[in-house]
Design a protein around this ligand. Structure first.
Ligand code: ASP
Length: 437
């Protein structure tokens, strides 16, 4: 079985961190394809190499001197090379970047050099082949990742290459120029390499021991989720939980390759397994809790609205015309509620409301803002009783008023709407009733 291992910026921020990554890779012969990020922060006061590269680019396009930031970058890499005792020199590569910055600065090219240079070091350190991501990962004319072209080039390339380092974060656009994914995009590269090499596992090494069951800024010391399905992760990620780039799931998802989130600083921790299906149940009955503030609800009431087959479509159209995505639409017999993000709604609210008033002639139209949505997610909900009862008991015990309830058709989650000011208390009470009590 082959494994693809991706190391995040903090896992490669210094020679010491590189050594930890090296030990991890050497401890398991199946760890054959390595995807590095650019060096991240060594401590909270430090600057990421990618941020320094963006700074060089900003200065270079304005024709200003970028050499101070550029020497910091060179010093970081030389420090890592020196600390690892390598005889590698990156001088030629540094010069090429500098010449490009002086003559025709390109944003994506400049940012991608963080991963490129780190990849050269990693390949030299491990004695693995270096594969430039620009030769094997492609974007289409609209700038989206081109899965088909990438698979057709990357898969045969990896077949002929037993061990390789492929830098994260970038590839080539249809014009042949370097293009990057959005920030944090090395996670996507790892997933692409796992898919193309038909890996058994995609290990994503970072600085936490996995995905937490709740936001640590809200709940003290939340536990780590051991097993989660891709679908559950999507639900939690949409509501703000994050452990890796959102789009990193897609390449491995259709290939059914599990992702294992691991901690470079605590390599013995089992981390989180993100899988397609699992028979394992969470001992708490739920997998995780996440939530976001600042939604608004638009409550539309009209007697006999159900007898008008086009009523819903007309309401939805009013939001669509103003490019406002709808989050939820819980409904009653003669009422429907549309929940949207406040930031997307406010700018066009009068257009939307007057359009609804004209289009469907409601008896009443109310708007309420400052709503927070909390998603309680768990694959076992479907086959167990009492999950909803427990959530509402937790909220009632805290005297928190529930403004909205929605359960997805897949029975994978229950969403409750509460006032923004009750948000943290609500999450803590739900966490307590399921996990700590
Ligand atoms: N180095 C890039 C960033 O800082 C990409 C990554 O780390 O995944 O966003």
């Amino acid at each position: 079985m082959k494994k693809v291992v991706k190391f995040g910026g903090s896992s490669l921020a210094s020679a010491g961190q590189f050594q930890k990554a090296g030990e991890i890779i050497r401890a398991d012969k199946s760890r054959v394809y390595v995807v590095p990020s650019a060096p991240g922060k060594r401590d909270s006061a430090d600057t990421k190499i990618t941020d320094l590269l963006y700074k060089c680019y900003e200065l270079a396009v304005k024709g200003e001197d970028f050499h101070e930031a550029f020497s910091l970058i060179k010093d970081r890499y030389n420090g890592i090379i020196h600390g690892l005792g390598l005889s590698l020199s990156l001088e030629e590569a540094f010069n090429a970047i500098e010449v490009k910055l002086l003559n025709e600065p390109e944003k994506d090219y400049t940012a991608s050099r963080g991963e490129y240079l780190n990849g050269l070091i990693m390949a030299d350190y491990l004695g693995y082949e270096f594969i430039d991501a620009a030769e094997v990962i492609f974007f289409d004319d609209s700038g989206n990742f081109d899965q088909a072209k990438t698979d057709s080039v990357l898969a045969p390339r990896l077949e002929g290459c037993p061990c390789a380092v492929i830098p994260g974060f970038y590839g080539s656009g249809s014009d042949g120029r370097v293009r990057t994914f959005s920030r944090g995009g090395s996670d996507i590269t790892g997933s692409i390499v796992a898919r193309a090499s038909r890996a058994g596992v995609y290990e994503n090494w970072t600085d936490v021991s996995g995905l937490l069951r709740a936001d640590p800024h809200v709940v003290d010391n939340p536990s780590v989720i051991r097993n989660i399905t891709y679908k559950e992760l999507r639900e939690l990620a949409y509501m703000g939980a994050s452990v890796m780039h959102e789009d990193a799931i897609f390449p491995v998802k259709s290939a059914g390759i599990p992702i294992n989130i691991r901690n470079t600083n605590k390599p013995d921790d089992p981390g989180t397994w993100i899988v397609r299906n699992t028979a394992r149940r969470s001992k708490y009955g739920i997998t995780g809790i996440a939530g976001r503030k600042d939604f608004c609800s638009i409550i539309i009431a009209k007697d006999l609205m159900h007898s008008q087959p086009d009523f819903y479509r007309k309401v939805v159209q009013c939001f669509e015309e103003n490019s406002i995505p709808i989050e939820h639409m819980p409904s009653g017999i003669d009422t429907m509620t549309v929940i949207v993000q406040e930031s997307r709604f406010i700018e066009h609210e009068q257009e939307v409301l007057s359009r609804i008033a004209k289009f469907v002639e409601p008896e009443s139209l109310e708007v309420e803002s400052g709503i927070a949505l909390i998603a309680v997610v768990g694959r076992s909900m479907k086959s167990q009783t009492g999950t909803a009862a427990k959530i509402f008991r937790a909220l009632a015990d805290e005297r928190i008023n529930v403004r909205m309830i929605d359960q997805g058709a897949s029975e994978l989650n229950i969403i409750v709407g509460v006032l923004n000011e009750d948000f943290e208390r609500a999450i803590r009470s739900i966490y307590r009733i399921f996990v700590t009590e």
